[in-house]
Ligand binder design. Structure first.
Ligand SMILES: [Zn+2]
Ligand SMILES: [Zn+2]
Length: 265
């Protein structure tokens, strides 16, 4: 069984101080076969403005780490923040060339999902359903990404008593979103960071993964969303077990945006 962490932020991301070399060293120590760095590209990010990694520096580091850690498969990826008014800028940024592009909704209509602002003043159902509808709008508007990041991120940053987001309760919203992704050859990820944020299940819950499989979804990656040393590869093995439990036989890896399928033993 091969293990890959497909969501890692090195210091090429504005919010991480984890060096790429240290991430690689830890990946080897922790028995991983590869890492794909998903550095933030985020235009018009509230409070931060336009964010994009220094490409020359990023390429230089990846090349050096590929030489230093030949036992690892290292991907040069990006996590692109989806927002209506920056779709054209995102398209240009992605066209510069990456191995893997994760599309993530961190802000909706200029309001942060991360810091609880989007949830503020909304009832739980309205908030979660509205969030999923907004993610669908973004996925329709901008389709140049391979995998949708943390499909239920809204669960992480709010103060509701019930922070679950099961398929049965939001079936209409999940179905529309999952169908859109499947029909356009895009996938979803299992993001293990939810456990670090005190949730009892990963992003997304098993019921959503099962439904994605049932609808014909095949493209799936697993990532820790590490920004710190301790998080590199965290819960990746459990993530793969969850993917298997949902009925998947293969995990997806990407090189130059082309998917390959690795057997889940
Ligand atoms: Zn993210
Ligand atoms: Zn991330």
């Amino acid at each position: 069984m091969k293990y890959y962490d497909y969501h890692v932020h090195s210091s090429n991301s504005f919010d991480s101080r984890l060096t790429m070399d240290e991430a690689c060293r830890l990946a080897v120590n922790r028995g991983l076969n590869g890492l794909t760095f998903t550095e933030h590209i985020e235009f018009a990010c509230p409070g931060f403005g336009d964010i994009e990694p220094d490409r020359e520096h990023y390429i230089g580091e990846i090349m050096a780490c590929r030489r230093r850690y030949p036992q690892l498969t290292l991907g040069m990826g990006a996590e692109v923040g989806l927002q209506e008014h920056v779709a054209a800028a995102n398209r240009q940024a992605v066209a510069k060339g990456y191995d893997f592009v994760l599309g993530s909704v961190h802000n909706i209509d200029g309001v942060s999902v991360h810091d609880g602002s989007y949830a503020a003043g909304k009832e739980r159902f309205e908030c979660y359903a509205g969030y999923l509808a907004a993610v669908l709008r973004q996925a329709r508007l901008f389709n140049d990404f391979d995998v949708l990041g943390h499909i239920d991120l809204i669960r992480r940053d709010n103060s509701y008593d019930d922070r679950s987001m099961p398929y049965r309760e939001f079936s209409e919203q999940y179905d529309a979103l999952l169908r859109e992704l499947i029909e356009t050859g895009r996938g979803i990820e299992v993001n293990t960071a939810a456990l670090r944020y005190g949730l009892s299940t990963m992003h997304p819950e098993l019921s959503v993964l099962k439904r994605y499989r049932e609808l014909g979804g095949e493209i799936i990656t697993c990532g820790s969303d590490a920004h710190l040393e301790r998080s590199v590869g965290m819960h990746i093995r459990e993530g793969c077990e969850l993917i298997k439990a949902a009925g998947f036989k293969y995990l997806t890896t990407f090189c130059q945006r082309q998917p390959s399928f690795v057997k889940l033993a």
